[in-house]
Write a protein that binds this ligand. Sequence first.
Ligand code: SAM
Length: 321
Amino acid sequence: MLVDSYDRVVDYLRVSVTERCNFRCQYCMPEKPFSWVPKENLLTFEELFEFMKVAIDEGVKKIRITGGEPLLREDLDKFIGMIYNYEPSIDLAMTTNAYLLKSTAQKLKDAGLKRINVSIDTLKPEVAQKIAQKDVLQNVLDGVEEAREVGLKVKVNMVPMKGMNADEILDVLEYCKERDMTIRFIEYMENQYASKDISGLKSDELLKIIGERYSFKDEGFDGSSPSHYYTMDDGYRFGIIEPYEDDFCKQCNRIRLTAEGNLIPCLYFDEAMSIAESIKKGDIKGAASVLKEVVRTKPEKNRWGGEDGESSSRAFYETGG
Ligand code: SAM
């Protein structure tokens, strides 16, 4: 079992398989991303899998594949199959923009994927075009329907922004509610890669809008999720990830791996250690000791909203958000 210096059990690994993305969401990426990490610097799926085995053997029980856009990486289903076949009880999930999901959902499900989180920020094609800087909406919605059809459990993430999609909070919520998919609103987190014009809605503003149509109870946190949950009278649950309000460090159980092999103890921290060299040399003990060191040095609290107001210089599209 992996336990950090503050007695938190770390059993959740988020793996970014690529920083590349087929969207250019204004809240995440610059319009023209500078140079991508060269493909030859990325760990292969075989190399990543070697580390997945180490992590599982040390006590990781949940693995989420993310990015960038994970579906841009060819043969993702094979990587998922490797993990599933090594340990079928692993809670195997993926975060995706769903653009390429229609043609891949069945393969991913067959390989052992259990759940997906999809980003849906709007139901209006022209707004989707504005946010992602590409005509994406129909593919996304078709991808979601296909995922549901093949039996993947789907949750939705939405980043509400003033003057952009704030008027669609109830529409997206109802789209999810009708399909019994949990929606989590994510408060926009300022970062140096995003467009400077964005202003996100805070949880009190969201709750006011939702409260005008529905009544709900505050349920607080559920397990180790950073999401704060609210339950409507009919039992439908929605969440808000509220870094401005909530301190979710106490229950944090996660670490992150980038596609180049940097193991990161906290999303809002620059520090990381690389497992790439040990894995490339086949030094499994070395990789395990880097893992234990990263867990040992996991900070008690993130630097979100710290003195300098800066969280981390690493982009969300590199770490997987
Ligand atoms: N491409 C995938 C997707 O679209 O879900 C996975 C990567 S994306 C970086 C993961 C999550 O990070 C998405 O739900 C996205 O909305 C969220 N995200 C990215 N930048 C953010 C920001 N500045 N504030 C809040 N959430 C953000």
